[in-house]
Structure formats: structure tokens, C-alpha cells
Design a protein around this ligand. Sequence first.
Ligand code: G1P
Length: 288
Amino acid sequence: MKAIIAVAGIGTRFLPVTKTLPKEMLPIVDKPVVHYLVEEAVASGIKDIIFITSIGKHALEDYFDRNFELEYRLREKGKNDLLGMIGDIQNMANFYYIRQKEPKGNAHAIMQAQNLIGDETCLAMFGDDIVVSKKPCAKQLIDVYNQHKCPVLALERVSEDKVSLYGIVDGVNADNQNKRLFELKKIVEKPSVKEAPSNLSIIGRYIITSDIFREIKKTKPGKNGEVGLTETFAGFIKNNLAYGYEFEGTRYDCGSKIGFLKANVAFGLKHPEIGKEFASYIKSMRKN
Ligand code: G1P
């Protein structure tokens, strides 16, 4: 299975830093957000990764490419461990880049990869969400797909004050042996608390079948002129089966400032080089 990672957004929630730096390149301690997404896809068995980019994403393309000058300087200084580390990045997977030429929504972004995907089923990821889990979140979805052979999206329960930030679904339990699996009955994009059919929110992970690509083509742009995956799935489930899976793990919405900071604290505390010192710093802050 191939993965499509959508990284075309302009990052308005993170201005001014995103004026020149893609939001997917913001660091969680010492690795950019997008590095964690690639790690998750690779740990889920994926070898081919298609990035949907837009203008101003060169830093991301360069990150997954060779940096000959840096390699030369590190070799000169005998820093072989660092040399190995940066060499590993370019070899994590095969990387492909497609430009989304206009900001016409996340389903439109995914659609840009259709010629490369053909009739295959693929994984779609948004460049914002990092998930920490024993079994990679993407692999959890792939396993559901392999069993049921229909589109699947990842779900997380959120508090009431957060429903208006996400796509929210209504579902019925689809397997009494597995309380995490839902047959999707309704999907609403960023509803008010009143309109929200539940507190089950969509996170940026989807298994997209060729039927979903067909549905994207049929989906009319919303008021904002964009074609979204939420609206696509909403149309699809009127006549077809799709599942939602409440994944096991912790998700950090790095597209929001608070999610990004939480991720940095969580990964900082676990970091082999600085974890201990950071933990004692945080403890000392709580005392003051
Ligand atoms: C997008 C989707 C939304 C989903 C969210 C997950 O929103 O439109 O349905 O819940 O990603 O992160 P965005 O974050 O682009 O506003």
C-alpha cells in the first residue's frame, strides 16, 4: 500500500513562523512533525510515500533528500554517528512529490495523487497529527481494511469544547467483539456543540479506496470552494459501507499551538539526551 501525505496547507494557525517555514517542518524536539508521520507509515509496512505539496514547501523536500555538503562537512569532522543519522532519513522510503496548484480542499489535494495510485487502496495522512501507540495508528486502520475491505477513518473521542475543530461522526458499533469499530452513519465537518452527533472526531488518517476517489470527483465544493474528505465520506456512506476505528494510542494535533506544545513536552520528557534534565526542570517550575 502507498501513502499520500497532504502537506499543502499554508499554516495560518501558526503565523508568523509559517510565513517561511512549512508547519510540517516545525520541530518536535529535534525532528520535524512530518518525520514522525513518515516513521508511522514505514512502521505500518509502507515503502512509497507521495507528498502533496504546495508553493513554499522546499524545506520539506530537501529534508528527505541528500545534503551532500552537510555529509561532506560531517565526514571531515569525523562525526560518523550524525552522518549515519542524516543518511537514514533519505532512505526511509521512496518519496514522490506532487504540487496542489490551488488550495481547493483536502480531498482535492488527495485527488492529485490519483494517477500514481490507479485503482489501488491507499493510506491518506494529514501532516498535522502525530500518534504515539504500540501498534502504529496507520497499521491499526490497515488491519481493519484487510478484514472488511472498505474505507476506514481513524477516530478519537474529544471534549465538547473541541468538537467544532474537527469532522465529527455518528456511528453504530459494527462488531460486538470490538468496541472500537463503528459503521459510519453520519459525518459533519466542524459542527457546533448543538449539531455534533457525538464526540467522536476524525483525525488525519484515512484508508482511501478507488470508490472514494470516484466519490471525490462527485463531491461538490462547499461554501468555501473546497472539496473535503468529510463531505466526500458523508456522500459515500449514503449508499456504501465505511468504518471508523477508535484507534489505540495518544494523538497530538500539531496543527494547533497547544497540541504542538503538548507534543514537545511529551517527546522532550522521553528524549534520551535531555529527558531527565527536562523532567527536573518541569518539576521545579511546578514548585514556583
Ligand atoms: C481536517 C479535516 C477534519 C479533521 C481534521 C483532523 O481539518 O477537515 O475533518 O477532523 O483535519 O486533524 P483541518 O485540521 O485541516 O482544519
